[in-house]
Write a protein that binds this ligand. Structure first.
Ligand SMILES: [Zn+2]
Ligand SMILES: [Zn+2]
Length: 416
């Protein structure tokens, strides 16, 4: 038997109702904050990610699903959202439509990581990109929105950590400083990954999850002292606005995010229910990305939340009630009548289901119960003769008779 590909999973009905709920409340909130949905392809040219996420990042160097297609093009499954959105923003001249764009997406992403709890090769994100402003209030608003989406989904106990990476020049200084610190003896205590990182992508040493590295890093590096005055002021302003919005947060100088394009504000949201791979979401500012990609020189800020992880924290759902009415029927004539009523009710926005298997009334009542039907409409041979059916309230066990010719209006009253 062929099974699902390693690192992928089926989202079954008992769980998909939780997903739908998260997606629905998120869409409602995103609308409230002025965001519009954008849907970009799951495949892009590999170069888009290599150039913009960064060649030396973990994502690009070891986690992308890349292939050469039949036309000899280098294609990759998207490992994250921001590069694709900015590509689309530039390609479709969205800045000409409105200087400021607030875009959101919900969909699957792909990374070839070693599969483990909470780490899937096909994972799902809700993300936003607010493009067209350098204002620190935007950072605060974006961070507030990420918290709002988690709150609305019913997620409690998450932690929001912020850091200021500074502009590109500041990041260069930080990289050089880390390189200097860890190129000597101190570097010997770092893990193999970090020994490589210190040469190619030193910032990532700061957020290594390896216990040994964490200890060494925390002993030697306290905070980025070289951040320029402008970036410092920007971050102070961000904190001021965040304070106004009353968002619980902490400053963590070891948050760097694994993507090259981030500048200034970066943030990470963690939840202890997720173990050591505990990020439930992350984001930040990326003020050079649009210009680097050949677009307008605009500041931008965004985040993504992992839907798979949100559902992990929430725990497994329960199949929600699927129908208002279950139509139990006995005999061929009753089935035909019931089939007609089924159609009438559905045309009137009343969800209903019928028994297809000619089972006993008892078996049909059991089926209605397990389906979570609110009412059962019972039609047998007697009812056909009298031109009526019995409607049973599954909660109160009350039963009333309804004439066939005012079936829809009577049921509508009851269901409402
Ligand atoms: Zn700066
Ligand atoms: Zn390490």
């Amino acid at each position: 038997m062929i099974k699902a590909v390693r690192g992928t999973k089926d989202i079954l009905p008992a769980e998909s109702c939780v997903w739908q709920e998260i997606e629905k409340t998120s869409r409602d909130n995103l609308k409230l904050f002025g965001y519009q949905e954008i849907r970009t392809p799951v495949i892009e040219e590999t170069a888009l990610f290599v150039k913009n996420i960064g060649e030396e990042t973990d994502i690009v160097s070891k986690e992308m699903f890349s292939f050469v297609d039949r036309g000899e093009r280098n294609i990759s499954l998207r490992p994250e959202g921001t590069a694709s959105i900015i590509r689309s923003y530039i390609e479709n001249n969205l800045d000409k439509i409105s200087q400021f764009q607030k875009l959101y997406y919900i969909g699957p992403f792909f990374r070839a990581e070693r599969p483990q709890a909470g780490r899937l090769r096909q994972f799902h994100q809700i993300g936003v990109e607010a493009i067209g402003s350098l204002h620190p209030a935007l950072d605060a608003e974006v961070i507030a929105l990420s918290a709002k989406l988690l709150d609305s989904a019913g997620i409690k106990g998450y932690k929001l950590k912020l850091n200021n990476l500074g502009c590109r020049d500041d990041k260069k200084k930080l990289s050089k400083m880390l390189k200097d610190i860890f190129s000597d003896k101190k570097g010997e205590h770092l893990c193999e990954d970090c020994k490589r990182r210190i040469k190619m992508n030193p910032l990532r040493v700061l957020d290594c999850k390896n216990d040994g590295c964490r200890e060494v890093v925390r002993k030697t590096f306290k905070e980025a002292s070289f951040i320029c005055a402008e970036c410092k002021t920007h971050f102070e302003e961000v904190l001021k606005f965040i304070g106004m919005l009353n968002i619980k947060h902490e400053i963590d100088p070891y948050i760097v995010r694994g993507l090259d394009y981030y500048t200034r504000t970066v943030f990470e949201i963690t939840h202890e229910g997720l173990g050591s791979k505990d990020a439930i979401g992350a984001g930040g500012r990326y003020d050079n990305l649009s210009l680097d990609m050949g677009g307008p020189d605009v500041g931008a800020c965004g985040f993504a939340l992992g839907i798979d992880r949100m559902t992990m924290v929430l725990g497994r759902g329960k199949e929600s009630s699927t129908v208002d009415i279950f139509i139990a029927n006995i005999g061929d004539a009753a089935y035909e009548k019931a089939f007609g009523i089924l159609n009438d009710l559905r045309n009137n926005e009343i969800s209903c289901e019928i028994d297809y298997e000619k089972r006993s009334l008892k078996a049909q009542m059991r089926a209605a119960d397990s389906m979570g039907a609110k009412f059962v409409l019972i039609i047998g041979e007697d009812e056909i003769v009298k031109g009526e059916a019995a409607l049973r309230d599954m909660k109160t066990k009350e039963q009333i008779l309804i004439k066939f010719n005012d079936m829809v209006s009577k049921i509508k009253e009851k269901v409402r």
